[in-house]
Ligand binder design. Structure first.
Ligand code: FES
Ligand SMILES: [Fe+2]
Length: 316
């Protein structure tokens, strides 16, 4: 279960998408159903009834806050415990539970831990831009036809900015580049992943990025005294498919009327990447030594090492 993406916390979806009806999402090949009970508590279950395997997400949440299976009406609470098996008053309910996943609501996002029926060993670590009060945030979703590792490493790859994004976030690199320019990529390990900056000819005034294992990039755009960040949340869905959620956060120009403008800019950047990343196909990013690399690949090689050393073998 969750092969190659197990035992990690991952943001799954923005909470406003979870309304009164259960919500089905795929993470690393596993269908997950999210629902809220009458107290607002969120449940995350494997979207498969333990009885005959139908999708619980086709059911509905009853007045008691339980998710009722559409087939024979078994009722599961947010912890997955069976609270009723109609027509079978003698059923041993404690043996008829659904499979729960640890779930948290952090900022505006719902996170799940990709291992069933366990306590998560630690709490998720979210970038400040996703959690800090008083920020305006915009959200947009994309589905890409590629292995998630290709999309993730693209988000950590600074030397593509003056090429793929020559008319947007790479414009200043493009303008300053000369035939003899040199880019240095710094990489600093952090408790949650890493921090990296691309220095063009020694200029360190540029944006820097933070990687939050396993699948979040936060781009910190330096504007003195202001907060402006773009986050890429990258998640495997079906095999060879990736869900990309782009979250912009800012502490200025906070009018909601400006949200479409910020969203448009972030969507444009993501869409510039799409064709390039999708052209690498459904295959995962290979181990660090498998393709020729250069100095400017430092950050992406760190990700490849993490993926191949830790995540790729994982299963729950
Ligand atoms: S399949 Fe869910 S109750 Fe029978
Ligand atoms: Fe890009």
């Amino acid at each position: 279960m969750f092969d190659g993406f197990a035992h990690v916390w991952s943001p799954l979806v923005i909470n406003r998408k979870l309304g009164r009806r259960p919500l089905r999402l795929i993470l690393a090949g596993e269908p997950i159903v999210l629902f809220r009970d009458h107290n607002g508590v969120i449940g995350a279950l494997i979207d498969r009834c333990p009885h005959r395997g139908v999708a619980l997400s086709l059911g509905q949440v009853g007045p008691d806050g339980c998710l009722e299976c559409p087939f024979h009406g078994w009722r599961f609470n947010t912890a997955g415990a069976n609270q009723g098996a109609p027509l079978n008053p003698d059923a041993k309910l404690d043996q008829l539970s659904a499979i729960p996943l640890p779930v948290r609501e952090i900022g505006d996002m719902i996170w799940v831990y990709s291992a069933p029926g366990v306590e998560a060993p630690a709490e998720p670590v979210a970038p400040e831009g996703l959690t800090r009060a008083g920020l305006s945030r915009t959200y947009l979703d994309r589905e890409w036809d590629c292995h998630w590792t290709r999309a993730m490493e693209n988000m950590l790859d600074s030397p593509h900015l003056p090429f793929v994004h020559r008319r947007s976030i790479g414009r200043s690199y493009r303008r300053r580049m000369t035939p003899t320019s040199r880019m240095e990529i710094t990489w600093e390990e952090t408790p949650f992943g890493g921090r990296s900056q691309a220095l063009l000819d020694g200029d360190n005034s540029a944006a820097f990025l933070e990687f939050f294992r396993p699948n979040i990039m936060a781009l910190v755009i330096p504007i003195p005294g202001k907060h402006l960040r773009i986050h890429a949340l990258v998640a495997p869905t079906e095999r060879g498919r990736t869900r990309l959620t782009v979250v912009g956060s800012r502490d200025f120009a906070k009018s909601a009327l400006l949200d479409p403008l910020f969203s448009w800019m972030n969507g444009r950047i993501a869409d510039e990447d799409r064709a390039v990343v999708e052209s690498s196909g459904a295959q995962e990013a290979p181990p660090p030594g498998a393709e020729p690399s250069v100095r400017t690949d430092r950050a992406t090689l760190q990700f490849r090492k993490y993926y191949h050393d830790v995540l790729r073998q994982s299963a729950a």
